[in-house]
Design a protein around this ligand. Structure first.
Ligand code: ZN
Length: 255
């Protein structure tokens, strides 16, 4: 079973298309939320994500941009983009976003695997450090392989003999698509983030995604990817839409 893991696309059409073009063969697409918000192609991205199907968890921006939650928790720039997105989205996409399920999501054919936007215990929680990861590992009843998004950081946490270890992919230099494979260990538990397709914040502007591959009940292999894309085109769309310029500049910085 090969899972294509996408998260935090954030209405970035160019980044999403580059990731899909680079994606290896897979059996299921899993989208960990924040399909829209920040960038300027919400209708195009919703259309493509809906056509792909698979498992889709809702993100906080999916809620905010479809009017399910108010914008009081958002900073000014995020709130401006959420209002623009809500005004720009076609009614059918707004209705679809409102129906997206909150995590954790499970699938019968994938025992021991769980999908969330923020964390297993709270869809809005940022899992940024070993202590938050450890607290989530201690919540009873959750899976051994938990895939999450929300932080826009391509990374993960492993629980081994009660200790939480952080890991991040290490890439060789390269102009094209780069990848980093990490075999998982039996008996360890993992919280893993494929990174953000549409607005990475780990200092690397390239679009991020991952593939998780598992044969039978083996531990499986996680492969992280970074994909260059036409970021100038995405920036131009943001400026043309009169969205805050900061949303364009941050893309090239990976912040
Ligand atoms: Zn996000």
């Amino acid at each position: 079973m090969r899972l294509l893991l996408l998260s935090d696309i954030h209405a970035n059409l160019e980044a999403m298309e580059a990731c899909l073009a680079a994606a290896p063969a897979h059996d299921l697409v899993v989208n960990l939320g924040d399909v829209v918000g920040y960038n300027a192609s919400p209708n195009e991205v919703c259309e493509r994500v809906r056509a792909m199907g698979g498992t889709i968890v809702r993100g906080n921006h999916d809620r905010a941009c479809s009017g399910l939650t108010d914008l009081s928790e958002f900073n000014l720039v995020a709130a401006m983009s959420a209002r623009w997105t809500q005004a720009t989205l076609l009614p059918e996409h707004l209705a679809w976003l409102r129906e997206l399920p909150p995590g954790p999501l499970l699938r019968n054919e994938l025992p021991g695997i769980e999908f969330v936007h923020g964390s297993p215990r709270d869809e809005d929680e940022y899992v940024l450090n070993p202590s938050t990861a450890g607290a989530n590992f201690r919540v009873p009843g959750h899976a051994d392989r938990i895939f999450f998004g929300h932080t826009h950081l391509q990374s993960g946490f492993a629980l081994e003999n009660g200790h939480v270890r952080t890991f991040t992919p290490i890439y060789a230099a390269g102009k094209g698509v780069v990848e980093f494979s990490m075999p998982l260990a039996r008996g360890e538990r993992y919280l893993m983030n494929p990174g953000s397709v549409g607005q990475p914040r780990d200092g690397d502007w390239r679009a991020a995604f991952a593939l998780y591959e598992r044969d039978g009940d083996a531990a499986g292999v996680m492969t992280f990817y970074r994909v260059p894309y036409d970021v100038e085109e995405t920036q131009q769309r943001i400026i043309a839409a009169n969205l805050p310029e900061r949303l364009a500049t941050r893309l090239k910085l990976g912040r």
